[in-house]
Write a protein that binds this ligand. Structure first.
Ligand SMILES: Cc1cc2nc3c(=O)[nH]c(=O)nc-3n(C[C@H](O)[C@H](O)[C@H](O)COP(=O)(O)OP(=O)(O)OC[C@H]3O[C@@H](n4cnc5c(N)ncnc54)[C@H](O)[C@@H]3O)c2cc1C
Ligand SMILES: *[C@@H]1O[C@H](CO)[C@@H](O)[C@H](O)[C@H]1NC(C)=O
Ligand SMILES: *[C@@H]1O[C@H](CO)[C@@H](O)[C@H](O)[C@H]1NC(C)=O
Ligand SMILES: *[C@@H]1O[C@H](CO)[C@@H](O)[C@H](O)[C@H]1NC(C)=O
Ligand SMILES: *[C@@H]1O[C@H](CO)[C@@H](O)[C@H](O)[C@H]1NC(C)=O
Ligand SMILES: *[C@@H]1O[C@H](CO)[C@@H](O)[C@H](O)[C@H]1NC(C)=O
Ligand SMILES: *[C@@H]1O[C@H](CO)[C@@H](O)[C@H](O)[C@H]1NC(C)=O
Ligand SMILES: *[C@@H]1O[C@H](CO)[C@@H](O)[C@H](O)[C@H]1NC(C)=O
Ligand SMILES: *[C@@H]1O[C@H](CO)[C@@H](O)[C@H](O)[C@H]1NC(C)=O
Ligand SMILES: *[C@@H]1O[C@H](CO)[C@@H](O)[C@H](O)[C@H]1NC(C)=O
Ligand SMILES: *[C@@H]1O[C@H](CO)[C@@H](O)[C@H](O)[C@H]1NC(C)=O
Ligand SMILES: *[C@@H]1O[C@H](CO)[C@@H](O)[C@H](O)[C@H]1NC(C)=O
Length: 604
């Protein structure tokens, strides 16, 4: 019977609980998390299965009217605030002993509410690798089909910046090339071309190599962040979203040796039943944690936490991979940059007024120039060979299927099509030391930054619950820089950034190097700089990998947790191996595919 009483409403936990209590608290599908993938899979499912009910349970509040979330130019200000889980890693012994920030959204939309709005895709061979790893049907063809369903692309207002291939127009998430293109950015493509890196505006169709101006997930109607809550506009009224409600456990029974989910328990002990499935969509850190809280995972960790083991699956929380970045900031000679918003209160107020009246404003700006390069392109053949040798040497003896895949990306048949390095041109200062303080003589200076991202790092780590405080923050250990290749790659990348900035025409706009400054010259200094300044670019994945069980998998190609009948995982944690791209387009694509698979299973 169709439960016509439901509307696609967002209800705070308090309001919702009265709804839940007044009726049988049973839904066909219960989605844990209201984040990036969650709202996509839940909204599509509500349409594909209109006679079913879908409940989304999100721990954070609805932040759709928060300027720090919807104004693109305020990107980053929510980090470390109330919408951020504020996770950190354990001390990274190979990375100067630092404890690295691990920001994650605790708000409707999850990390898509906090992210920096780069909208891109990796190369064909990298999605095809998912199939070669043992996941039939997961390849470029199926992923691009799904990714195109996500998006509604609006062409750039600037001639010459059209993207003709690999963009969708029917989906709920808007993307475009930003109408704010700072003056310093005009040097980006010509400088890169002078270094022999070709322009490639058609970077969204599986061939990202080259230099371009990249899209952002922005809705041009009011120049607002376009993120996963937009999916709710296309959802059916059989979808209910509950916010500010934390799931603490998936409830299960064992039937014929298989674990069967019956529903979930909330922090306030309310139980909600799932008639068909529980779909776990809590992200790369919290999906494995919730499995462990439910007794599914490494039994010795689960037992140590005082939880009764339900299913021994020690691969849960392992295989953690993340993109690392290193950045060089340069002081501009005679141009202002996005930094003016930091030091000129008059300018800031003026730009905000423009934004709020829907006029063109600096607050429209998100990110700008991008390049994707192979190592031979970036470093030349000789240095590339030496760097790749480091990778082979560090990895050969104990290579896992994931390591082997990444080495194949570097030296295999398709290696000439697969980026190993991304460089982002970003207007304004973005670094570790911080923008100069108000009492410093450098206050009022303007900068731009070249950020480099290593696409296939070889360090892998894990995330598990804290056995002394299972409901507290998870223990995150990515083992950053534990594979020597990663540090060598970061050093090569930051050196290349200096070379780019000293090439015309970019060299003509800079007054000086800022971070690092020009005193960094020797190999030892570069190494120290890299150890102190390498950061995450926030792409943790792989902790509930879609892989054969014997290769370290947690979910099968239908995204079902091994040994369970009806627990599926839909988020970044299922991605088995890193992509040469920011990962939101792939995550939305996975959610689109998952909704189709689930609907197919329950339609017959
Ligand atoms: C600062 C930052 C910048 C980034 N920049 C970019 C970028 O420019 N481009 C790009 O492509 N990618 C970027 N990313 C990465 C991208 O945003 C994430 O990979 C993606 O959003 C993760 O999606 P997800 O569905 O896996 O998890 P999330 O979106 O994090 O969703 C998980 C949701 O589950 C909820 N949840 C967790 N546990 C529970 C529980 N027990 N009960 C109820 N709810 C729960 C959380 O509150 C959260 O809302 C960035 C990420 C960050 C943090
Ligand atoms: C939904 O239920 C109605 C009434 O029982 C039925 O007519 C309809 O075919 C069902 N739709 C689907 C998609 O199953
Ligand atoms: C993150 O830290 C900030 C600053 O301490 C705090 O205000 C906020 O509540 C924290 N976020 C969460 C989800 O606890
Ligand atoms: C796509 O966006 C344009 C505006 O950029 C809008 O006119 C159009 O209706 C949108 N398409 C869909 C399917 O939402
Ligand atoms: C399970 O966890 C324990 C304790 O952390 C660890 O020693 C063991 O190696 C893990 N088992 C597997 C198979 O990973
Ligand atoms: C800034 O410097 C460039 C290059 O030296 C020069 O062409 C330009 O006229 C200068 N602009 C201003 C506003 O001084
Ligand atoms: C600050 O911004 C205002 C408004 O754009 C401008 O007139 C002024 O010159 C700026 N001041 C400085 C110090 O740059
Ligand atoms: C913004 O645009 C509107 C109409 O286009 C105009 O009336 C208004 O004055 C502008 N606002 C500012 C602050 O310039
Ligand atoms: C680098 O190697 C490639 C492939 O082997 C070759 O085509 C190219 O000419 C080499 N470049 C230089 C500068 O030697
Ligand atoms: C500048 O300000 C910071 C804090 O705002 C303070 O810690 C520092 O001591 C000040 N430096 C000088 C030279 O006054
Ligand atoms: C684990 O929890 C205990 C108890 O709350 C706390 O003292 C400890 O710092 C936590 N460990 C980590 C690595 O966060
Ligand atoms: C790296 O950090 C250490 C410890 O804070 C500091 O002594 C050293 O000068 C830093 N080196 C560079 C190049 O940043």
């Amino acid at each position: 019977m169709a439960p016509s009483v439901f509307t696609t409403t967002i209800l705070s936990a308090f309001a919702t609980l009265s709804v839940v209590q007044a009726k049988t608290p049973t839904y066909d599908f219960v989605v844990v998390g209201g984040g990036t993938a969650s709202l996509a899979v839940a909204s599509r499912l509500s349409r594909y299965l209109p006679n079913n009910t879908v409940l989304v349970i999100e721990a954070g509040p609805d932040g759709r009217d928060v300027p720090g979330i919807y104004v693109p130019g305020m990107k980053g200000i929510t980090l470390g605030g109330v919408y951020d889980y504020n996770f950190t890693t354990v001390a990274q012994t190979q990375a100067g002993g630092r404890s690295w920030a691990q920001n994650r959204g605790k708000v409707l939309g999850g990390s898509s509410a906090l992210n920096l709005m780069c909208w891109d895709r990796a190369s064909v061979a990298e999605y095809d690798a998912w199939e070669h790893l043992g996941n039939p049907g997961w390849n470029w063809d199926s992923m691009i089909t799904s990714m195109l369903k996500v998006e509604n692309y609006t062409q750039s207002v600037y001639p010459g910046q059209e993207i003709d291939q690999g963009v969708g127009v029917d989906g709920p998430i808007h993307a475009t090339i930003n109408r704010i293109q700072p003056k310093d950015q005009d040097t980006w493509i010509p400088t890169m071309e002078n270094l022999g890196f070709p322009e490639n505006m058609e970077s969204l169709d599986g061939n990202p190599l080259g230099v371009s101006i990249q899209p952002n997930n922005i809705d041009t109607a009011k120049y607002t962040r376009s993120y996963s809550p937009e999916y709710l506009r296309i959802a059916g009224d059989n979808l209910l979203v509950m916010t500010e409600a934390q799931v603490v456990k998936i409830n299960t029974e064992k039937i014929h040796g298989k674990v069967v989910a019956t529903g979930v328990t909330l922090k306030n002990n309310i139980k909600i039943n799932a008639r068909k499935e529980v779909i776990l969509s809590a992200g790369s850190f919290l999906s494995p944690a919730l499995l462990e809280l439910s007794g599914i995972g490494n039994s010795s960790i689960i037992t140590a936490a005082g939880i009764k083991p339900v299913l021994d699956l020690p691969t849960v929380g392992e295989n953690l991979q993340d993109h690392i970045r290193i950045q060089n900031s340069f002081k501009l000679k005679n141009m202002t940059s996005f930094d003016e918003l930091k030091y000129n209160a008059t300018f800031k107020a003026e730009q905000l007024a423009l934004y709020n009246t829907n006029n063109v404003s600096s607050y429209d700006y998100a990110a700008s120039g991008f390049a994707y390069l192979t190592w031979p392109q970036a470093l030349g053949n000789e240095s590339a060979t030496a760097l790749i040798k480091t990778a082979l040497k560090a990895t050969n003896a104990k290579a896992s299927i994931i390591d082997k895949t990444k080495l194949d990306f570097m030296i295999g048949k398709q290696s000439h099509t697969i980026p190993q390095l991304e460089i982002i041109f970003s207007d304004g200062y973005t670094g570790v030391g911080g923008y100069p303080l108000a009492n410093s003589s450098a206050y009022g200076s303007n900068y731009y930054t070249l950020l480099s991202v290593i696409m296939h790092t070889l360090s892998r780590g894990n995330v598990h619950i804290n056995t002394s405080n299972p409901l507290g923050k998870p223990i995150i250990d990515p083992r950053y820089l534990s594979n020597p290749y990663d540090l060598s790659a970061a050093i090569a990348a930051t050196k290349l950034n200096r070379k780019i900035a000293s090439t015309a025409p970019m060299r003509d706009i800079i007054a000086s190097e800022y971070e690092p400054d020009s005193s960094i010259q020797t190999d030892q200094q570069w190494r120290d700089f890299a150890l102190n300044h390498t950061l995450t670019i926030y792409h943790p994945l792989g902790t509930c990998a879609m892989l054969p069980k014997k290769e370290g998998g947690v979910v099968d190609p239908e995204l079902k947790v091994y040994g369970t009948k009806n627990i599926r995982i839909v988020d970044a944690s299922v991605i088995p191996v890193q992509l040469s791209a920011h990962i939101q387009t792939a995550i939305y694509g996975i959610a689109e595919r998952a909704a189709e698979m689930i609907a197919a299973e329950y339609s017959t």
